[in-house]
Design a protein around this ligand. Structure first.
Ligand code: THU
Length: 134
């Protein structure tokens, strides 16, 4: 199954009663395994989670830790890019050159990368101490 097929297949299972905006995401781990996720909203709106977060959680629960490719699909006029938080979540497990395919249910496709979505990403290297000031 292609990553786009995997994201498309899972999207209808989204729980989005508040926005009505169902999102499907799929990540392919470097192992080849594919993990799917959907957005899960909550009556306390900030407690909702994005489809990308769901796919990442499934990947970690499945025993994989590195992402080789990402796909996100929604019924939107233009391909919907991941929110800021999801960009950071993807960067935790994906190299900058990892391909991110953003799709609409009408068939529009936008291909980008993790580094294009999150230039200047904060990473563990920024916490490396260079002096004794702590
Ligand atoms: N959403 C995602 O799941 N992924 C995205 O990339 C963009 C937004 C969800 C969050 C919320 O449930 C709904 O779309 C509207 O923001």
């Amino acid at each position: 199954m292609s990553l786009l097929d995997a994201a498309t297949e899972i999207r209808p299972r989204a729980y989005a009663p508040y926005s009505g905006f169902r999102v499907g995401a799929a990540v392919r781990a470097v192992s080849g395994n594919i993990y799917q996720g959907v957005n899960v909203e909550n009556v306390a709106y900030p407690e909702g989670t994005c489809a990308e977060a769901g796919a990442i959680a499934a990947m970690i629960a499945g025993g994989d830790t590195r992402i080789a490719e990402v796909c996100v699909i929604a019924d939107s006029p233009r391909p919907v890019p991941p929110c800021g938080g999801c960009r950071q979540k993807l960067a935790e497990f994906a190299g900058g050159d990892v391909k991110v395919t953003l799709a609409t249910t009408a068939g529009q496709i936008l291909e980008t990368t993790v580094s294009a979505l999150l230039p200047g990403a904060f990473d563990a290297g920024h916490m490396a101490k260079t002096g004794k000031d702590a």
